[in-house]
Design a protein around this ligand. Structure first.
Ligand code: THU
Length: 158
């Protein structure tokens, strides 16, 4: 896979984190009280967002990254995904997302992002930010899920 090519009109890392932090404010997370937002930017600079959506049947909860991936699928297609930003924490007294620790995608979300990376042919950039928006870890999906099981892993299927 090639590196993601940033378009001329690409949002800065800070801008993509800001979108993820704002998206987290729409989270439905009454059980964990942990709000996560995800912003995905296309190669053309378009941005879509998602937030986690929990359920009384706990295991049916949906992660922010999955919500954003389905939004990206509709808005511009998985093949156009260039960058992903994630932020999580709690809603602070000022109504903004707050929290100290950067939120990296869970294992299941890494697997879903890996699929999009294969579709796009890019080693997707993932920014994992804390709730406060003051710290971020930038990595590639190949670092987050080394030796991942992808479409090519099915080549020996009957
Ligand atoms: N969560 C996400 O939305 N994305 C992740 O990558 C990690 C976890 C959500 C799921 C659940 O609603 C809450 O955070 C606590 O695990």
């Amino acid at each position: 896979m090639n590196d993601s090519n940033r378009p001329a009109n690409a949002a800065s890392s800070d801008a993509l984190i800001a979108r993820a932090r704002t998206a987290a404010l729409a989270a439905y997370a009454p059980y964990s009280r942990f709000s996560v937002g995800c912003a995905i930017e296309s190669v053309d600079g378009e941005i879509v967002v998602g937030a986690n959506m929990e359920n009384a049947c706990y295991r049916l909860g949906i992660c922010a990254e999955i919500a954003a991936l389905t939004a990206a699928q509709q808005a511009f297609g998985l093949d156009k995904i260039a960058r992903v930003a994630v932020a999580g924490g709690h809603v602070g007294p000022d109504g903004a997302l707050a929290g100290n620790a950067p939120v990296t995608p869970c294992g299941g979300c890494r697997q879903a992002i890996l699929e999009a990376a294969h579709v796009s042919g890019r080693d997707l950039e993932i920014t994992s930010a804390n709730g406060d928006g003051t710290e971020a870890i930038v990595s590639r999906i190949s670092e987050l899920i080394p030796l991942g099981f992808g479409p090519a892993s099915l080549k020996d299927a009957g």
